[in-house]
Ligand binder design. Structure first.
Ligand SMILES: Nc1ncnc2c1ncn2[C@@H]1O[C@H](COP(=O)(O)OP(=O)(O)OP(=O)(O)O)[C@@H](O)[C@H]1O
Length: 259
């Protein structure tokens, strides 16, 4: 995204926002609730059109692209929505294979093989004939990941992937995200779960009051003395003014040890 601005009903949501997704890197967009993080995902997916600025997909501007060209490029992007967004009337297997089935290019047996492979990747191959209502929240999110990767997208977007999960569920999602990264996927996440963000992300975009105020690493965030960033990392209001003692442990705790 290059200098993208977007407003809703005359209210500016983002202004001159820049974002680059580097191959194989996980980036997290951070910022307080309502600041515009999900709006950025929607702009990237082409669900919203920017007021100004440009969005490039694999280096090509999407503005003015024909719908068939766009849909080829969009095949490269998948999104895992906050609540999984599975189709309730379809089985787990049908949910995971839906996109491939709709595209109509693969034999049913091949789709089934891919569905089983992706369900086994998320550890849920035994749920193939169940309906979403029969799954826990964490299982639904894992099925949503299996569905997202069924068509082998290059980019995967995660909107609040760990919201509402217990610690084991959160660990599972983190682990899957790390495995996807090992496979070379480029991922973008929006989350309030800072531990997960620092466990899986190498790059961060911090959005505040319509603007990008930091684009950098965990260390850049930790060392940044911008007030908005320091306040964001303060766990309680009482600690807002002693952020020197707060920022480091939160970020430090969450960064995984690299082998
Ligand atoms: N369809 C809409 N009509 C009017 N305002 C909207 C609409 N969609 C989003 N907004 C507003 O745009 C702003 C940005 O919303 P967005 O969902 O992108 O924020 P967010 O940072 O993802 O929030 P959260 O962290 O709570 O999910 C919010 O103030 C929201 O109220």
């Amino acid at each position: 995204m290059e200098k993208v601005s977007y407003s809703i009903g005359g209210r500016q949501i983002i202004r001159n926002f820049d974002l680059t997704l580097e191959k194989g890197v996980n980036r997290t967009i951070l910022g307080v609730s309502g600041v515009g993080k999900t709006t950025i995902l929607k702009l990237l997916l082409g669900l919203l059109k920017p007021d100004s600025g440009a969005i490039y997909l694999n280096g090509r501007p999407i503005a003015g692209m024909r719908e068939n060209e766009l849909s080829v490029l969009r095949r490269n992007i998948a999104i895992v929505f906050q609540w999984g967004a599975l189709f309730d009337s379809m089985t787990v297997g049908e949910n995971v294979g839906y996109r491939l089935f709709e595209e109509g290019t693969l034999e049913l047996a091949e789709i089934k093989r891919i569905v089983l492979e992706k369900l086994s990747f998320v550890g849920l191959e035994n749920t193939i004939d169940l309906y979403p209502a029969e799954l826990s929240g964490g299982m639904k999110k894992r099925v949503a990941i299996a569905r997202a990767i069924a068509a082998e997208p290059e980019y995967i977007f995660f909107d609040e992937p760990t919201t509402g999960l217990d610690p084991i569920g959160i660990y599972n999602i983190r682990h899957l995200m790390q495995m996807l990264q090992q496979q070379g996927k480029t991922t973008l996440m929006v989350t309030h779960d800072l531990h997960t963000a620092f466990a899986v992300s190498q790059k961060f975009s911090f959005l505040h009051d319509t603007r990008l105020i930091l684009d950098g690493t965990a260390d850049d965030l930790k060392n940044c003395d911008d007030n908005a960033i320091r306040e964001f990392f303060s766990p309680t209001r009482e600690s807002l003014f002693i952020t020197d003692h707060i920022v480091e442990p939160i970020i430090g705790l969450a960064i995984p040890h690299k082998e």
